[in-house]
Design a protein around this ligand. Structure first.
Ligand SMILES: [Zn+2]
Length: 72
């Protein structure tokens, strides 16, 4: 299981990105901008959680730490 967070800040392209805090990431947002998404087996669980919590946000996996969940 890994811990995932959602970036509170929107990316320039309009996406809100999910990062894996257990694996770590060069592009991890500052701690005050991290919204915990809990532990998940894979990033797809974290993406689902984020979409449920923020149905109006465009959620995407980080290219670097959640590549399997990164679209486009
Ligand atoms: Zn990342």
């Amino acid at each position: 299981m890994s811990e995932f967070i959602l970036n509170r800040n929107r990316q320039d392209n309009g996406d809100y990105e999910v990062h894996n805090t257990t694996a770590g990431c060069l592009y991890m947002p500052f701690e005050q901008n991290q919204i915990p998404l809990g532990s998940h087996l894979t990033c797809s669980g974290a993406i689902t959680r984020a979409k449920n919590n923020y149905p109006n946000h465009r959620i995407n996996g980080c290219y670097y730490c959640c590549n399997a969940c990164h679209t486009r």
